[in-house]
Ligand binder design. Structure first.
Ligand code: 3HC
Length: 301
């Protein structure tokens, strides 16, 4: 089944209000981008007050950073703070025309979130998933209206990365698909139509790359040297910086999904599993990692 681009002559759904399921790292970045690009209220929803509070604080910090750098005016910053809200009550997403989910990367969790959303939103609200690798069709399957589900896969850091993978599930209708392209376009992203296949396009390559460099680490190369060796190959950042940015646990989830669906081409990475288990960090000094944890000397830094 070939993915086709935006269907011609099919108007996108008008979006006056957006919901974001989750208030974590990707969710907050998405909420801010959507509020800024679509200029509509965006409500993030997470499970408890603490996660909700932290999610909103991260958004406010970024708004303040942009204001302090003169990228947005005082009024613009105030407007963004007004537009992005947070809640723990899914019913607060009832009026959303579009909900983007960015919750834990597990099919059952995402299916539960969509089922819960379907209980409160309108029948034609578009439900988009930011999944890294899971099947969008499988995510949509248990719903009453699976035709409104579409994949809208943004990359981290969301504001900077120009690409969005748009995924048409087996059930996705033209309106939901067209809406996904329109949203990506409004966010000034390059929308690429990709098949609903494990890892879509980018992550198929990315986890192989990260798995291989972890192999080099196992063989004794240091994090800093591996990053230094590979950046001149044309990568925008060293692979270990990238692993830090993506999060080793997310990378492991992607790898596990690809291994499950595509088999031996995606072998287990003992290095990645160990990094996840031990909560190691790859801060090499260059660039800006997401977590400010110190380098573990055992990694060979
Ligand atoms: N988090 C958030 N923003 C960051 C960041 C980070 N870790 N690192 C840099 N930035 C921002 C900076 O704040 C700056 O924004 P500003 O202009 O508003 O201040 C902007 O990026 C440019 O920063 P710099 O000039 O310092 O740095 P670079 O020119 O080196 O660009 C980069 C930074 C855009 C992050 C670049 O290194 C890059 O493209 N790296 C590759 C990132 C990548 O491949 N991401 C995909 C990950 S895979 C994924 O998300 C899919 C998932 O499913 C696993």
């Amino acid at each position: 089944r070939r993915p086709a681009g935006r269907p011609e002559g099919v108007p996108a759904r008008e979006i006056r209000s957006v919901g974001v399921a989750g208030a974590g790292l990707m969710a907050g970045q998405l909420a801010l981008l959507l509020a800024r690009s679509l200029r509509v209220p965006v409500t993030m929803r997470d499970l408890d007050d603490e996660r909700a509070r932290r999610g909103l604080a991260a958004v406010h910090d970024e708004v303040e950073r942009q204001r302090a750098r003169g990228r947005i005016s005082d009024a613009g910053a105030a407007r963004l703070r007004e537009l992005v809200r947070v809640t723990t009550d899914v019913a607060d997403l009832a009026g959303a025309d579009l909900v983007v989910e960015a919750v834990f990367e597990e099919l059952a969790v995402k299916q539960r979130v969509f089922a819960e959303l379907e209980g409160v939103v309108g029948a034609d609200t578009v439900l988009a998933t930011n999944t890294s690798a899971l099947s969008v069709s499988a995510m949509a399957a248990p719903l009453i209206h699976p035709e409104r589900v579409v994949g809208l896969h943004f990359f981290n850091p969301v504001a900077q990365m120009p690409l969005v993978e748009v995924v048409r599930a087996a059930q996705t209708d033209d309106v939901a698909y067209s809406t996904a392209f329109a949203v990506a376009q409004a966010c000034r992203k390059t929308a690429v139509a990709v098949a609903d296949a494990p890892g879509f396009v980018v992550n198929r390559l990315l986890v192989r790359l990260l798995g291989e460099v972890l192999g080099a680490l196992e063989d004794g190369t240091t994090v800093a040297e591996a990053d230094r060796a590979l950046v001149p190959m044309g990568l925008p950042m060293g692979p270990f910086q990238l692993l830090q940015l993506v999060g080793p646990a997310v990378a492991e989830h992607v790898l596990r999904t690809l291994r499950h669906d595509l088999g031996e081409r995606y072998p287990d990475s003992p290095g990645l599993a160990r990094v996840v288990r031990e909560g190691r960090s790859f801060v090499t000094g260059a660039g800006r990692p997401t977590a400010a944890s110190p380098v573990d000397p055992a990694i060979g830094e």
